[in-house]
Design a protein around this ligand. Sequence first.
Ligand code: 5GP
Ligand code: MN
Length: 332
Amino acid sequence: MLSQVVELIENKQRFGITTHIKPDGDGVGSSLGLCWLLKSLGKSAEVIVHGDIPLAYRSLPGADEIQHVESVGDAYDAIFVIECSDLERPGIAGLEDQFTVNIDHHATSEHFGTINWIDSTASAVGEMIYNLCKAIGGRVTKEIAECVYMALVTDTGSFHFSNTTERTLKVASELVKAGVKPAVVSEAVYNNYPWSRIELMRQVLGTVRRDETGRIAFLRQTLKMRESAGAVDGDNNGFVNIPLSARDILAAVYMREVGPNEYRASLRSKGDINVAKVAEAFGGGGHRNAAGLKVEGDWDEKEAELVAAVREAVERAEAVAAGDITVAPDVL
Ligand code: 5GP
Ligand code: MN
């Protein structure tokens, strides 16, 4: 919990910070924000990741100094592990022998850390880093603010998603006060893709269909589409949300071919429809309105199974809204 994290920072000196492979804006922004905070407190700190950082986040202050590593030795007193469901997610060998601090806002996180600070009410880990800064008596510098703002904007879909709370907006306001230019961050994230994104979008949207109820949309991306579009990682960001812009669509299923008979699926929903429960039933996880999983087998069959499971989630949410059934809030 937070008080343990504060105590640890006060008592130790050398810190490593890592996040999951193919990091998103919350992973990179929170890691760099924490790094700046630790340095401002006179600590030694560096961000270590496996693999590349997406282009959209490379303009963040400190991004140039991120270390790309495959393993860790005894360089640190403790390593912060940001936004990871388990210790394998960073893809870095040797983490299991370290003093680790698990910081996450996913309720489904395994408590793998030596210290675990999980706050599922936070819109992004970035919000937690801001809280940590306040709790430890740090100053919100421009660098910290820019990194944490990136985390908030990307994880809340520019403050559109249901995880956006009064606290999120209050923190965002403080960050703007500390020097963040929201339009500059939005340009870096949303208007900074290569043309291959548009090529890929054209092909993927060509596959979009609705189920027989007309309320669930599903779309697909093959390896061949990726290849012919010349796509790079991140080009498909947000594709799954596009069908939700239609009024009658309540949920979307977006499957990507990643190998022979292997697929990653993203699930999205509106309102009380819980797709995290659907993802969990297939071995994945996530949040109520945004979840993901990996499946193997026949594509048509797996897609039909997922769509049917999402339809049940839609019907369950409707039955609860109508007062026909009652379920515990975490089951909804
Ligand atoms: P996305 O659809 O963008 O890949 O993921 C949406 C959400 O679901 C994210 O919060 C992500 O952490 C979670 N998620 C995606 N794939 C998996 C998975 O395989 N396992 C777990 N536990 N969570 C996942
Ligand atoms: Mn996040």
